[in-house]
Ligand binder design. Structure first.
Ligand SMILES: [Fe+2]
Ligand SMILES: [Fe+2]
Length: 356
């Protein structure tokens, strides 16, 4: 098994890094700077040395380099990622949970509004593209076609806000548990783990492209507004907030499904040849031969499908009294029940009576 730590160290010592990919994306011409490390990454059979030896040494700055401490060999992820099989990931599908009450409608409206903002930022006009595609596919592709760069901007923006709800909810439940002097029943860890997982998605995409000042400003503004909005909303109606996150995750599954489909359709030639960054190989423990960008997107989409299930389920529960079904041991383990992996994935979430 290859050690990504070795690869990373090699990268620093030679002064070459994956941030070149981002330089490409953030301004350089694709043929010159932008996807140069990708040329390394594009190689048919990936090896750590290949990745870092085919680009001339320059003063390229690693976007967030690992610290090379004298005594520490490696810092492990706090939450090990659950194992997903490729069959399970291929079965992940787009789904929508119909609204059932006013709380759901408010959540859906908020999710749609956020999605419109995201569409605007990333220049994503899927509905218009579909309409034009029916009449003139070439024109639709030219006018609305998404490129690797556009998708990367969308993913970075999406993931930069996606990690907010879990952390806000986790903090608030943590404080509530101490304030009320009551157990939390296992929700906090799952919420923080979700937030951690979203941050890992962000860090992975940041290894492919470094956002410019405008993007950073948008992220800063969005995080400032979103954190405070989530904080207040979660105090008022945590159930609505979980439903809102469920709807956001439905959108995330749609986005990643389209990215995978676009790779398969030959619309993203750079990503089709690109390998997953080291940080992703480590986090997902990607096996040899399954480290492509497509394999990575399959994992990330599966994570989003899991968040969709978790939040729709939490939105069905009594927020104060019910235990977290994803952190529970069941009396009859043979019966399908919520789990951390994809064994019994439920796109619309579990109903309360089915899990308690
Ligand atoms: Fe994510
Ligand atoms: Fe997510």
């Amino acid at each position: 098994m290859y050690s990504s730590r070795t690869a990373t160290t090699t990268a620093f010592s030679t002064g070459r890094s994956a941030s070149t990919i981002l330089k490409t994306l953030s301004g350089g011409s694709p043929s010159s700077v932008g996807f140069r490390p990708a040329t390394v990454v594009f190689s048919q059979k990936w090896t750590p040395t290949q990745q870092f030896h085919s680009t001339p040494s320059t003063q390229i700055k690693e976007f967030f380099p690992e610290h090379d401490n004298p005594s520490i060999r490696k810092t492990e992820a706090s939450w090990a990622h659950p194992v997903y099989t490729f069959d399970q990931m291929n079965n992940v599908s787009i789904a929508h949970r119909e609204t059932r009450d006013w709380s759901d409608r408010v959540a859906k409206l908020a999710a749609r509004t956020l999605r419109m903002g995201l569409d605007f930022v990333s220049g994503y006009k899927h509905d218009k593209a579909i309409a034009l595609n029916a009449k003139d596919p070439a024109a639709a592709n030219q006018k609305y076609g998404m490129t690797e760069k556009k998708y990367l901007i969308r993913n970075i923006f999406l993931e930069s806000v996606a990690g907010v709800p879990g952390s806000v909810a986790g903090i608030l439940r943590h404080l509530a548990s101490m304030r009320r002097m009551k157990r939390d029943n296992g929700w906090i860890e799952t919420l923080l783990e979700e937030s951690y997982n979203e941050r890992m998605h962000l860090l992975i995409f940041l290894k492919m492209g470094e956002p410019g000042w405008f993007m950073r400003l948008m992220v800063l503004g969005a995080q400032g507004v979103f954190f405070n909005a989530m904080f207040l909303s979660y105090l008022i109606s945590p159930r609505t907030c979980h439903r809102f996150v469920g709807y956001i995750e439905e959108e995330a599954v749609i986005t990643y499904t389209r990215e995978i489909a676009d790779i398969d359709a030959g619309k993203l030639p750079k990503w089709a040849k690109m390998q997953a960054p080291d940080i992703a190989i480590d986090y997902y423990n990607l096996p040899e031969g399954r480290r492509s960008m497509r394999d990575l997107l399959l994992h990330i989409r599966a994570d989003e499908a899991k968040h969709r299930e978790v939040n729709h389920t939490l939105g069905n529960l009594d927020q104060r009294e019910d235990p977290n079904p994803f952190a529970s041991v069941y009396k009859d383990e043979g019966r399908p029940h919520p789990r951390k992996d994809l064994k019994y994935l439920k796109p619309h979430g579990w109903e309360r009576e089915d899990v308690l």
